[in-house]
Design a protein around this ligand. Structure first.
Ligand code: FA5
Ligand code: MG
Length: 354
């Protein structure tokens, strides 16, 4: 189910010709700017910050757990509503299921909004220790730490009574403690010392649930969600006497801290001044902002026509205020506005505030 169908690559080659047919479905809310990101797979590029980070996390798991974690980084990002939501117990009326929050290809198919979409399937196949890395898609607000396409790494570990019984703890407390130790160890492996804190939170698929925040650019930045897996998920895959933990890392967020990258849009840049700063296996480098182009607003249309200049130019212009009025109806949502703005102006948009 999760393999990249051969047909998909043909479709990619035909510049989404066939997908355009799919997109005539009235339930499809995926704009071109998002479709064009499918298959980019930044996480599989060894010289890209996201790929370098993925490999560093692999190293941590390989050495800490002597290669016990199975790794997947090429599972197909278009998944069923069942995989994305039902299999991880997301309630029928949860906001994340709405057309406002998730990209639907048709009424039963979505661009996965998290790598948790693959948990149940891999459990059913018998995996008990695994990592899933992939691109995920969300209709979300826009700012320097939010982008509608980003990358996550899912981690999942199943315990048996032999694991927790000797400790004298119950399975859930044992798993929660092990989970925090594992992720704190990962943070030390990646960052050395860094200021971090745990926050209690809620996910439909874990209980208890936590988020880890790291202090970055004078703010607390949420870098991951995690918790002890709901028994129902294990039960459905035939595991009745087990306990498990799971986490979902935001790879861009971690890479921003690791490489000092100030804006999430930079990850999509093909500007050599960005790409040449990173190389395979190099964790220690800090991103050096490149010289900024200054020019008068009157030249902007020329610059805009060159994709190279697109991302870096306009933000350097002196502020220039323009008012625009919209008539809105009951269907208005902030995400719809963000998408219109993103569709027209692409990565030039730094932030949309309402
Ligand atoms: C989830 O997606 C859960 N599936 C994570 C999880 C897995 C919890 C397993 C428990 C067990 P959340 O929506 O909080 O959770 O996203 C996880 C991380 O992705 C966030 O902490 C953040 O680092 C990152 N993230 C979320 N939205 C964006 C975005 N728009 N742009 C960039 N990164 C994002
Ligand atoms: Mg969150």
């Amino acid at each position: 189910e999760s393999k990249w169908p051969k047909m998909f690559w043909v479709v990619m080659g035909l510049k989404f010709y066939s997908l355009d047919v799919v997109r005539d479905d009235p339930t499809n809310n995926v704009p071109d700017s998002i479709f064009s990101k499918l298959g980019m797979q930044l996480h599989r590029r060894d010289h890209h910050p996201i790929g370098i980070l993925k490999n560093a996390i692999y190293n941590y798991f390989d050495t800490t757990y002597s290669g016990k974690f199975d790794k997947f980084d090429n599972l197909f990002p278009i998944v069923s509503v069942k995989m994305n939501f039902d299999d991880v117990l997301v309630p029928e009326d949860h906001v994340s299921r709405s057309y406002n929050d998730t990209y639907y290809v048709d009424s039963q198919t979505v661009l996965r909004c998290h790598t948790s979409a693959h948990q149940a399937e891999l459990l059913r196949k018998g995996h008990t220790h695994f990592l899933v890395t992939g691109d995920v898609y969300r209709r979300d607000s826009i700012d320097s730490t939010h982008y509608p396409v980003f990358h996550q790494m899912e981690g999942f570990r199943v315990f048996t009574p032999d694991d927790w019984e000797p400790s004298g703890m119950d399975g859930t407390s044992y798993a929660a403690e092990d989970l925090k130790k594992c992720l704190e160890g990962l943070a030390r492996h990646l960052f050395g010392s860094v200021e971090m804190r745990w926050i209690d939170t809620y996910f439909p698929f874990t209980d208890p649930s936590f988020e880890l925040e790291i202090y970055f650019q004078e703010k607390w930045l949420e870098v991951l969600g995690c918790g002890v897996t709901e028994q129902e998920i294990l039960k459905r895959s035939g595991k009745t006497n087990n306990v498990a933990w799971a986490f979902g890392l935001g790879l861009e967020r971690l890479a921003m801290v690791l490489f000092d990258i100030p804006d999430i849009r930079l990850f999509w840049s093909s500007d050599e001044r960005f790409t040449s700063q990173f190389s395979k296996g190099q964790l220690g480098v800090k991103f050096k902002p490149f010289s900024k182009i200054t020019c008068y607003l009157v030249f902007a249309p020329l610059l805009l026509s060159s994709t190279e200049n697109k991302s870096y130019c306009l933000s350097q212009f002196p502020p220039c205020y323009k008012d625009m009025s919209f008539w809105i109806n009951d269907y208005f949502t902030e995400n719809n506005l963000c998408e219109i703005v993103r569709g027209v102006a692409g990565d030039l948009v730094e932030e949309v505030r309402t």
